[in-house]
Design a protein around this ligand. Structure first.
Ligand SMILES: [Zn+2]
Length: 386
């Protein structure tokens, strides 16, 4: 017993010395080990990441006031924390770097999609994203957005390029990818024949959407109304897309990874349009609710809801009314809401945006050190026709 105690004290002193000699390194290792144990790697068969683009806590509070209701996003999630959103180049991120941090666990330069900061790395090697990680584990993977498919957030989960403006290259990579579904609004770069030639079922109407059979990979380009709370002839709602996407992906015994983006919280906040922003946030909540219902009967499901950044600098005045202070992004911490795990973060904890992604990788079965990781760009995409 005494010997054990002496050994323990010696080890503790040695550990303390190591900590003092190399504080940063020791702290990093300790953090990794703690996180690894906390979230039970490999436990989760299904992982769903919801990104409310531009969604701050006050965007949600504004929505609750407008609709005179409590949002399930907030009331049903037992753990509420924060994601720290900055990019490698700026205290205020854009959706490209913000999406990359959430997709690849790497902070990059504003404007860049799924690549390391350009000043340090060549584009020959790129950081793997969570969809690619899921596919490497034999899981199914999909991306759903109300934005164009080559918008910054869906692109960060399905492409690698140094600029979000490279829509044609992003679309080429998406079409060449092995994802199981990519659904959003029309980009203008992908034709039905591009999609079908590469093995995708092409969807651009409600009729196509309703006719989609399980087991078919699908590339959808709906019209620009897909962010609203009602379906149109060529646009399912975000909640309908979420429900169907889960249905399409959940037959794989290895599980799935799904990213769902509500892009119009951001877009309407850029216009300081509170009425439409709250509509978008309300429909985003409807979509999340669908996933909660799924998780309630499929226990191995982890749902993480966050944002890439806040848009609008929304504040509340003394009368309880919300107002915009800017039409731009802000650097404020954004919601990080967890359903299906009590240990992904501690209640009230703030973690970096890239750490959200790293913990999601652990939840899918990655070991510490596996992710983030770099892969050859050539290995992530097959070229289309050549
Ligand atoms: Zn924006």
């Amino acid at each position: 017993m005494e010997l054990f105690r002496k050994t323990f004290i010696a080890k503790a002193v040695a550990a303390l010395m190591a900590l003092l000699l190399s504080a940063n390194l020791s702290i990093n290792i300790a953090t990794i080990n703690r996180n690894y144990k906390d979230i039970n790697p490999g436990k989760y068969k299904n992982v769903i990441l919801f990104i409310g683009d531009g969604m701050g806590y006050n965007s949600l509070a504004y929505c609750e006031k407008t609709y005179s209701t409590k949002l399930d996003i907030l009331t049903k999630t037992p753990i509420h924390g924060f994601s720290e959103t900055r990019s490698s180049s700026d205290r205020v991120t854009d959706s490209a770097a913000g999406g990359t941090a959430l997709a690849c666990a790497v902070r990059t330069t504003n404007g860049a999609i799924g690549v390391f900061p350009q000043d340090q790395y060549s584009l020959a090697y790129v950081p793997m994203n969570l969809c690619e990680l899921a596919k490497s584990y034999g899981r199914m993977a999909g991306v759903v957005t109300t934005d164009s498919n080559c918008g910054a957030t869906p692109s960060a989960f399905s492409a690698h390029t140094d600029s979000r403006n490279n829509g044609e290259e992003i679309s080429r990579q998406q079409i060449a990818s092995n994802l199981d579904l990519i659904w959003g609004a029309k980009s203008g770069y992908v034709t039905e024949s591009d999609a079908t030639k590469n093995g995708w079922k092409y969807l651009d109407s409600m009729a196509d959407f309703n006719a989609l059979q399980e087991g078919q990979r699908s590339f959808a380009q709906f019209d620009g109304e897909i962010w609203k709370t009602q379906s149109g002839a060529d646009s399912p709602t975000l909640s309908k897309m979420t429900e169907k996407a889960i249905d399409m992906l959940d037959d794989d015994p290895d599980g799935f990874f799904l990213m769902v983006e509500g892009a119009h919280i951001d877009k309407n906040s850029h216009n300081k349009d509170g009425a439409n922003m709250t509509t978008a946030a309300y429909e985003f909540n409807n979509a999340v609710k669908i996933a909660f219902d799924y998780a309630d009967i499929n226990e191995n499901t982890l749902i993480v809801i966050t944002a890439d950044h806040e848009t609008g600098g929304i504040l509340k005045d003394e009368n309880g009314d919300f107002y915009y202070t800017t039409g731009s992004h802000t650097g404020t911490d954004v919601p990080l809401l967890i359903y299906g795990s009590k240990t992904f973060i501690k209640d009230g904890e703030a973690i970096k945006n890239k750490e959200v992604s790293r913990r999601l990788s652990l939840a899918m079965g990655a070991k510490p050190g596996d992710f983030p990781c770099s892969v050859k760009l050539a290995d992530t995409t097959k070229t289309k026709d050549e």
